[in-house]
Ligand binder design. Sequence first.
Ligand code: TRH
Length: 383
Amino acid sequence: MNTPLLPPPPLLWDVFCRVVDNLGDIGVCWRLAVNLATRGQQVRLWVDDPSALHWMAPGALEGRIPGIQVLPWSQSQQTDVLDKCPMADVWIEAFGCEIAPEFIATCAHSMGARGLKDLKHPAWINLEYLTAERFAERSHTLPSPVMNGPACGWTKYFFYPGFTPQTGGLLREGNRVQQQALFDRCDWLQRLGIPWQGERLVSLFCYEPPALGEFLRQLQEDTTPTRLLVTSGRASEALKNLSPIGLQPLSIQRGQLSISYLPPLSQADFDHLLWACDFNCVRGEDSLVRALWAGKPFVWQIYPQDDNAHHDKLQAFLDMLGADTTLRNLHHIWNSVTPTTGGRPWLQPNLDAWQVITRTARERLLQMDDLASQLIAFVWKKR
Ligand code: TRH
């Protein structure tokens, strides 16, 4: 008789997150922590600025999310605290944030002191930024030997999220498709107090795209009425700074355009927003992935880099997406790759075509193993 295969025992993961700017650092790390925890893992999330978790993940800071403990970064530098912490099986350095030297030293010394020198040190992973550029495939899982310090001789591994099976894949919940199928947008909009009358819904999560004013003008003059759902923070600030529109406390109406300003949403509700809308404006990294899973047409504002390195990254993404000319034009204008002048490149009549493009890419991406599952499998291979 065959013995049934037991699932591997849960591991203890230390995820390290430094908030540089915006919401993506903590947004990605929190989703990763949840994805690992729902796959039976234990996670300690060490973060220097957890403030956004108050609204992004209610209950997280109070320890109410099973399997996840949020800890202040400063404690990762306090040897008296660390001496009482069990050693983790895995370390994840998110986006090249460097683990505190005190943390590494405490772990290395404790292994030495306990005669564990020859045992495996924690699997050490440098989780990189998401890109569709080819180097992600080439660099995924490459080792990087540690050359000095108390961890000299250990090995870190690069882990690249990505859009092909040769990369680490994307963060994705196991029940995502079923949840979206059960979603009722009328209920959700009502719960948020949005006075929706059946008009087209467009979400706005962006930095300060120079084309924003032109976009709003087009929506005002369109034949189809639109309600813009503006996320809190930089997007609503960007609107405030557009003099012809001006910011109102709740909602405003101009021509065919109505605007509703949203409160900060939990990550779960941020997903609901993308599910509810007919067109999504997203930015950065995590919301891009969520827009893909939402399967609605979208425009992506890429995180800008000084030397315009983000232009190549954008092209690689559009190639991966299989974007047609109109969708490329829209992205080029939204990201100031081409000037905003002339043309009315967005919305009708291409929403249907853009939706097909998104859904086709989504089908392909759904075939890949997700990032958390790939991380778990990789760590077990290295043990
Ligand atoms: O905030 P971002 O622009 O983050 C960026 C990018 O990650 C960029 O690559 C990185 O270099 C930079 O940060 C440091 O966009 P992103 O990645 O989409 O993260 C936003 C997160 O905020 C996402 O997890 C969704 C969440 N969010 C909510 O949960 N509720 C909200 O109301 C809003 C507006 C966002």
